[in-house]
Design a protein around this ligand. Sequence first.
Ligand SMILES: Cc1cc2nc3c(=O)[nH]c(=O)nc-3n(C[C@H](O)[C@H](O)[C@H](O)COP(=O)(O)OP(=O)(O)OC[C@H]3O[C@@H](n4cnc5c(N)ncnc54)[C@H](O)[C@@H]3O)c2cc1C
Length: 448
Amino acid sequence: MSVNISGFVNKVVEGKTCTGCGLCVGIDESGESYMKDSKYGPRPVISNNSIISEEITTACPGYELNYPELYKKFYKQYPKNWLTGQIHSVYQGFSNEEIIRINGASGGILTHVLIHLLRTKRIDAALVVKQGIPSPEKARIIVANTPDEVLKASQSVYIPVSTLDILNKLESGKNYAITCLPDQAAALRQLQVNGNEKSLQIKYVIGPYTGTALYPSAIEYYLKSKGVKKNDTITSLKWRAGEWPGYLEIKTSTGKVFRSKKVYYNFLIPFFVTNSSLQSMDFTNEFSDLAVGDAWSEKYEKLGHGFSVVVTRTKKMDNIINEMAGAGLINLQKQELDFASSMHGHMIDFKKRGSYIRNKMRRLIGKKAPTFGYTPSKVFFSRILVELFISSLFLFGKTELARAVLFIVPEKTLGVMFNTLRLKWKAISKPVKRKSLSDYNVTILKND
Ligand SMILES: Cc1cc2nc3c(=O)[nH]c(=O)nc-3n(C[C@H](O)[C@H](O)[C@H](O)COP(=O)(O)OP(=O)(O)OC[C@H]3O[C@@H](n4cnc5c(N)ncnc54)[C@H](O)[C@@H]3O)c2cc1C
């Protein structure tokens, strides 16, 4: 039975927990709803004639997407490790095709897998996110029908992009693969376990590890702080241009080119981090067939070129990437399971305990926040104190007063300062943040 459920969606948006995934629009049978750009990223505009199935109430990641239940339904079991989710195998890897590796955000694995799925006719098209559509500073999900189109959509896009609104544009009878952020992959799986026909046309879900994304205004402020006038428009924007780990590269109509190293433009995070990044408890894309992150370590960073942490979650995907490695398309080195988390301890803690504390604090002050159906079994008081400090920084960072810093302090100084402070803070908070992270366990909340 279908019901008009626009009130539900509007409440999620008003409660500021909407992640902008596009699910509600993608399953609106009227086809009249759409996603609209806002300063917080894409948000749904629900038509008065909308026909959205009630399944939105269990699949919307801004509401109450229940991870433990989804684990039982999709993987038929809970994960052995709640930090990294259900894992089939873990690898260090990169594409052996130089152009794919160079263009990729890390090792080009996501792009190469999609190209391989197309070439072996396992899929008819890949649904990928591409920077530059409809204008250079924006990004959209597109249908890529050829390997070249997939290649042109490689790299990470660090502003929010809706992906699931593409569902009602899929051509019947065709098979697809999609790149999704963690909240979107989980929402899609929820539809699939419900038997939603459109969602079942998506045969492969792949996606990045996801720490933080930025509100679109980050770029506006960045350029303003460099004295770029409004009429000097952006002609090209790349988040991970050049040699890994890459740099933010912006070109403008008057021929100006701005480049900022990845580790330096991270200074934008405290000022523009999205609410979804602070809310999600999923860093490693727990419901993707294939999850890929940067292999951050001194060893790989010295070697350059791009190295990825590669996690397969299903046998089907593990067979595919081993078939690719066997054919010499990609380089894969099998790793112990803890390779999936060892380079990302801080970000995993930021999600698995940090998001839990932040969401709880929001609820305590009467705001909305999802629970995802579980809580960490143990959270030390010291960790709560650390979170209070981090959250205060983010809260202050988003004020106009704090953002004025961007205009006063030159980017070079700010970038170096932020990176130094970040590393210092990582070292100081490491004992508290890593405390018992290896014993992380969860309490599953009863469904009421
Ligand atoms: C918002 C965001 C935050 C991230 N945070 C971290 C982090 O904290 N730590 C870490 O190790 N890695 C993080 N990553 C992942 C990392 O940046 C690389 O995407 C990952 O290493 C895969 O590299 P690759 O070379 O295989 O990808 P590529 O071969 O470059 O392919 C990337 C694919 O992902 C798709 N894509 C890009 N952006 C999006 C998006 N926003 N939504 C959906 N699909 C998208 C592209 O269309 C492309 O197909 C993040 C990625 C994103 C998008």
